[in-house]
Design a protein around this ligand. Structure first.
Ligand SMILES: [Zn+2]
Length: 153
């Protein structure tokens, strides 16, 4: 098998459908890459060669393609969660950062400001959740995130 691990986690978009890299295998015509639709429960594959030339067209999907705006909104929400987890910025600042970066066409797909704020707060509660009490002092490990003084958002 060729060293195509480099494709793992890669995504491709064809006709608005998103495909994840599935596996690669050798054929007489060279390495083929198999990609599978990202939609839950859908197994429509595409075959390409390593130059991303389509070798086998996908069958018809039994679902609509994910809406591009919806996808962009998901990415924006994930980014907000990341900022919430990794910084001490105020909740409202995190929400503004998320909203400022998305195109106007995507804003409608985002949850409301208050829903976004709630999401940021919820993400932080998860992060703040302390580890269980140690049974003995020598088991005590203070996670890095508790080693600093935390500021409330
Ligand atoms: Zn599909």
């Amino acid at each position: 098998m060729a060293a195509t691990n480099g494709y793992s986690g890669h995504k491709g978009i064809l006709d608005c459908y998103v495909y994840y890299f599935n596996r690669s295998y050798e054929t007489l015509e060279g390495t083929k890459l198999r990609w599978v639709c990202s939609h839950e429960g859908c197994v429509v594959p595409i075959l390409t060669d390593i130059n991303m030339v389509i070798k086998k067209e996908p069958r018809i999907h039994a679902h609509c393609p994910p809406d591009a705006a919806e996808r962009a909104a998901d990415i924006a929400k994930a980014k907000g969660k990341k900022i919430a987890k990794e910084t001490n910025e105020k909740t409202s600042a995190v929400v503004d950062k998320v909203r400022i970066e998305v195109p106007v066409s995507v804003l409608g797909q985002l949850p409301s400001k208050s829903a976004l704020s709630q999401q940021v707060r919820r993400t932080r509660v998860q992060v703040i959740q302390p580890p269980p009490n140690p049974q003995a002092l020598y088991n005590l490990v203070i996670p890095a995130r508790f080693a600093n003084i935390m500021k409330r958002g």
